[in-house]
Design a protein. Structure first.
Lengths: 583, 203
């Protein structure tokens, strides 16, 4: 936790003030004992002086009032501190995630990211607001009482404290075990969250594979694992903390036996014996309740570690926010990229002039989409350089690059908001007529008009209310509206029906004018007029040139072109005809 | 996935609503446009279609689906983690995992929803060959935008705004001059489209 507060530069002032109030509260908690002691002395003294009840009552009332005040202040301050801490951590995590390369995010199970953002932060909040404070006051109250009693009878105080060392040994031993069990429980929780997210996302697939319900062992197994880990964790806490509390409470027996003996022997005055009996009953209540708090702390520490680990993952570099307007060319020089142990791009170089169309074609999985992802810094290249107008993209802020790119990807993500808000996301300042133009160009008008509330209809999570083609067209409208100098189309018109596909293609030709365009396409006729075609195979450029140059070369591209022609004659048939149609 | 509000859908005379969903899905294999992958090994991803299948049966299904070669070339072969947090696959590769699942399931009814969406030509040949093998002796429902893939279908149903506009075989539908023939003509034209092409070439 200290790592987090230091990293986020969060002031502990409120926490320290809250702690001081908590200590004050603890002191006043012990103070009534002093009053009672005074009363006892007065009552039991043989000379029996006059006893002033009023003063004792006023002192007690004063103690209670100031104690209540301290308690309120302490809680208010610690809650302010804890929830400020929580919100600062959440914002910091959000900001940090945004600045991470996608590779770092995707390499973590999304369930784990969700749990760090939700459960781990809540745990840290809880630690700061309820656990630390409780532990401190649980220690402060007995400490105060012990200090006060030291002036009365040091021997009896030693007696009172004598059972603590053995009790603390139990607590220390349990702490280590709890650390392990708590870590396991937290991991089990993350796994089950990951499985629940997977279950919801994949429900259609799971239904069709007939593995929903009880048959879905992936989910039920992780949930059972969580159940058994939680039971082991909780069932370990209580016996151990009870053992700790039992050992500590043996002090009462010590006071009764030793104090009693001394009293009978006459070496301990009656009022002191009575006082220590009274105190002993009170003394161990906070000491006993600190056990579960300290055990819980060992588990909550894992949450703080998880947050710290996520916050310490390396952010993307780049601070230049002015995008080169006349960049002349975009250049890849000896770029390599691997996803884990899977090498995707190898030593790849090419140049794309400003205002030209570059097509990326080649086998599925060859690295075409990765090239686009590296250009816009969704991922960062591992070696080589990518420059826009001579400026290394690593020095440009990732936000700046994205502001200057219109993107139509294979999968478009839509937000659970209205059609209008989803469109405005592309350009906050777009006017109504600009939006309508984009809507018309992307052939969205018909389906938007059919929606119950038109452009103001909420479209559900990731556009659940829309069909695949409609989602695609909406994402195309976004790209048109964005009107950025670089346009990337990744299989942009796949999944559209025939009529709309043709109209959207025309819209693209219109928006693409004067832009630097990258097209990733499998249908090779689409890229016939590109200024250059790069045939990507196994992460390298196998062939490069214009359409006619590549056909003349009669290599891989020509092979694909011919194959595609043959396929367009292909029809879905029974296997007995298959050899003929594939040949 | 959803029940009808009015009218009925029957399978061999039995109303679908009288069948329980698990019985129904036991007899249907689906290949969708998007394939959902579990965050688990390639082996487990295919085996999801039939949890009691042996490793050899999974590998056989992958081979039939033309998926064996690319799975074998992954960093850890069939043990390579896929899905959330795993090695990313291309669209064509994911599709072949779906086809491998359908092979493993071996259900009498197969539903293909845009299963031949664009991928590179070599992949497409592989997918088409895989599908052709899968479809032998099955009842097949194909949902397609690319009309060229369905010209040989026993029956084509053309939908417009949620109702059936036309039914028939490819040749008679083209000859009819209705919605299907318009779609067919538009597709022939869009197949010729190229980015940045001078306007006159569009026609």
């Amino acid at each position: 936790m200290h790592n987090i507060t230091a990293r986020l530069n969060i002031s502990n002032a409120k926490f320290i003030r809250s702690t001081l109030y908590a200590v004050g509260e603890a002191f006043l908690n012990g103070a009534p004992l002093g009053v009672i002691y005074a009363v006892l002395i007065t009552l039991l003294s043989p000379s029996a002086p006059s006893f002033n009840v009023t003063i004792a009552i006023i002192m007690l009332l004063a103690c209670f009032t100031v104690q209540a005040f301290c308690s309120i202040r302490s809680h208010k301050l610690v809650c302010e501190y804890a929830f400020e801490l929580g919100s600062r951590i959440r914002i910091a995590l959000g900001e940090h995630l945004r600045k991470l390369p996608l590779g770092t995010i995707f390499s973590r199970d999304s369930g784990h990211n969700v749990e760090t953002l939700l459960l781990d932060v809540t745990n840290v909040e809880l630690t700061a607001s309820h656990i630390y404070n409780k532990i401190l006051s649980c220690i402060a109250v007995p400490a105060m009482i012990a200090v006060i009693l030291l002036f009365i009878n040091p021997f009896m105080v030693l007696l009172l404290l004598s059972t603590l060392p053995p009790a603390l040994i139990f607590l220390y031993l349990s702490h280590k075990k709890m650390d392990i069990l708590g870590g396991r429980m937290l991991t089990a929780r993350k796994d089950s969250t990951a499985r629940i997210i997977e279950y919801i996302h994949g429900i259609q697939t799971f239904k069709t594979l007939n593995i929903t319900g009880r048959a879905f062992s992936r989910l039920t197994n992780t949930l059972q694992h969580l159940t058994s880990n939680s039971i082991r964790f909780e069932s370990f806490i209580w016996p151990v903390t009870e053992l700790y509390a039992f050992t500590a409470s043996l002090g009462i027996v010590c006071i009764l036996y030793v104090g009693g003996t001394h009293f009978i022997e006459g070496s301990l005055p009656l009022f002191q014996f009575l006082l220590f009996m009274l105190v002993a009953l009170r003394f161990y209540i906070p000491i006993n309740s600190v056990g579960p708090y300290i055990s819980t702390l060992s588990y909550l520490k894992h949450s703080a570690d998880n947050i710290d680990a996520l916050l310490s993952s390396t952010e993307q570099t780049g601070s230049i926010t002015s995008f080169p307007q006349d960049f002349e060319s975009i250049a890849f020089r000896n770029v390599s990229f691997a996803h884990g142990s899977k090498q995707i791009l190898r030593d790849l170089s090419f140049t794309a002039g400003q205002g030209t169309v570059t097509a990326l074609v080649g086998p599925s999985g060859a690295g075409k989409t990765t090239i686009a992802n590296l250009l816009i810094r969704f991922w960062d290249r591992q070696s080589g350089t990518i420059t826009i107008g001579g400026t290394d993209t690593q020095t440009l802020s990732p936000d700046t690059i994205l502001q200057n790119v219109s993107l139509v990807m294979q999968d478009a993500y839509l937000f659970n908001d209205t059609v209008l808000e989803n469109l405005k996301m592309a350009r906050e300042t777009a006017t109504e007529s600009e939006i309508m133009q984009a809507v018309e160009a992307a052939r969205c008008k018909d389906f938007i008009d059919r929606l119950p509330r038109g452009i103001h209809t909420c479209i559900g999570e990731n556009g659940a209310l829309l069909s695949g083609g409609e989602r695609k067209r909406l994402s195309i409208a976004r790209a048109i509206l964005r009107d950025a100098p670089i346009l990337i189309l990744d299989e942009a018109t796949a999944a559209l029906d025939t009529e709309n596909e043709r109209l959207v293609q025309q819209a693209f030709s219109a928006v693409g004018k004067g832009k630097t365009v990258f097209i990733i396409a499998h249908r090779l006729s689409t890229v016939r007029n590109a200024d250059q075609i790069l045939f990507i195979e196994q992460g390298q450029i196998a062939e490069q040139g214009t359409f006619s140059e590549l056909l003349k070369l009669n290599g891989r591209f020509a092979h694909f072109w011919n194959l595609q022609h043959a396929i367009s004659q292909w029809k879905l048939r029974r296997s007995n005809d298959c050899e003929a149609s594939a040949a | 996935m959803q029940d009808v509000w009015s009218g009925s859908i029957s399978l061999g005379g039995d109303d679908l609503r009288d069948l329980n969903q698990e019985q129904l899905f036991e007899h249907i294999a689906f290949v969708f446009q998007d394939t959902f992958l579990l965050s688990d090994s390639a082996m487990a991803n295919i085996r999801a279609a039939r949890p009691d299948a042996s490793d050899a049966e999974v590998i056989h299904a992958a081979t039939m689906a033309k998926a064996h070669e690319f799975i074998a070339s992954l960093p850890q072969g069939y043990a390579t983690p896929l899905g959330d947090g795993g090695v990313p696959l291309s669209g064509g590769e994911r599709q072949r995992i779906a086809i491998a699942r359908a092979f493993l399931k071996d259900a009498p009814i197969v539903i293909l929803d845009e299963a031949t969406a664009y991928t590179d030509p070599e992949n497409e040949v592989a997918i088409q060959q895989a599908l052709s093998t899968l479809l032998a002796r099955k009842t097949v429902i194909v949902i397609a935008h690319r009309l060229s893939t369905i010209t040989e279908a026993d029956k084509i149903i053309v939908f417009d705004n949620g109702s059936v506009a036309e039914t028939g075989k490819h040749d008679s539908l083209v000859a009819n001059g209705g919605l299907y023939s318009r779609l067919w003509a538009a597709q022939q034209a869009s197949d010729q489209w190229g980015f940045n092409m001078p306007e006159e070439q569009h026609a």
